[in-house]
Write a protein that binds this ligand. Structure first.
Ligand SMILES: NC(=O)c1ccc[n+]([C@@H]2O[C@H](COP(=O)([O-])OP(=O)(O)OC[C@H]3O[C@@H](n4cnc5c(N)ncnc54)[C@H](O)[C@@H]3O)[C@@H](O)[C@H]2O)c1
Length: 257
């Protein structure tokens, strides 16, 4: 590792923290000294992740406005502040051409990936704005960082993943909108657009589709969970102070913009 981060004294929430990328991101934040809370809807996954990482947790379905609001209120009350929010929870949904899909699937994917990201951001950013700021680079005030996990599919679209791709395009636009709204508040909002990683999500696809996805990545491999986590570390640290609204590539050369 070339870079080391000191996030001692910072508190972070990672949604979907029981899953593959979320767990890796939580581990990296914890190892950098942050106090981490995992938010997830899956109790078994949470229990396993907490046993592995030894961090705090909260069972939250991010699609339920009342639950999200209560969880944010409790997290701020317990820790006094939240400095870092990683909106990572997400689902893939059906892998079918649009004419074969179930409209309920489209709604469910949008509801978790986009509406859930909106709900958690709404609850956390609203409270983050009230925090006392600290001095960032050049003495400019910093209050916190929000990092959204989008996907390369949100930029390019992907056959048989219309709902997923549309939801991630929505996350990209939401990132930019929230960044403009908080630009004067010392809150930096960014997103990453990974190509495929070896997590539970990648195991939901057929070998043929997996080979197709791999063939689109010029580096010829999937992204390592640690590579995502280390980019998120930078984006969640005071080192990232002027890139608000930025969408950061993690696609092994697949992205053309
Ligand atoms: N794995 C990939 O190839 C890949 C590539 C690009 C982007 N992503 C994105 O990375 C993020 C993490 O995905 P992953 O690969 O780790 O998948 P994963 O399935 O391992 O983890 C996702 C986690 O989100 C949780 N979750 C789902 N719905 C929820 C809800 N309503 N409320 C709270 N938690 C909920 C799940 O319980 C799970 O623990 C997702 O947003 C995904 O779209 C993944």
């Amino acid at each position: 590792m070339d870079a080391r981060y000191d996030l001692a004294g910072r508190t972070a929430i990672v949604t979907g923290g029981a899953g593959g990328l979320g767990r890796g991101i939580a581990r990296a934040l914890r190892d950098a000294g942050a106090a981490v809370e995992l938010w997830d809807a899956d109790p078994d996954g949470l229990a396993e992740a907490v046993a592995e990482l030894g961090v705090a947790w909260r069972r939250v379905d991010i699609t339920e406005p009342g639950l999200v609001e209560a969880a944010a209120a409790a997290a701020f009350a317990e820790h006094g502040r939240i400095d870092i929010l990683v909106n990572n929870a997400g689902i893939l949904g059906e892998v079918k051409p649009i004419w074969e899909t179930d409209p309920r699937n489209f709604e469910a994917v949008l509801r978790v990936n986009l509406f859930g990201t909106y709900l958690v951001s709404r609850a956390v950013i609203g409270r983050m704005r009230e925090l006392r700021s600290r001095a960032g680079i050049g003495g400019h005030p910093l209050r916190g960082h929000v990092v959204n996990i989008a996907s390369i599919q949100g930029k390019e679209g992907m056959a048989r993943a219309g709902a997923y791709s549309a939801s991630k395009a929505g996350v990209i636009a939401l990132t930019k909108s929230m960044a403009k709204e908080t630009a004067r508040d010392g809150i930096v909002v960014t997103a990453v657009t990974p190509a495929a990683a070896e997590t539970a999500m990648a195991k939901q696809i057929t070998a043929e589709r997996r080979a197709d996805i791999l063939s689109r990545i010029p580096m010829g491999r999937f992204v390592e969970i640690e590579e995502v986590a280390r980019m998120v570390l930078w984006l969640a640290s005071g080192e990232c102070s002027f890139s608000t609204g930025g969408i950061f590539d993690l696609s092994g050369g697949r992205a053309t913009y």
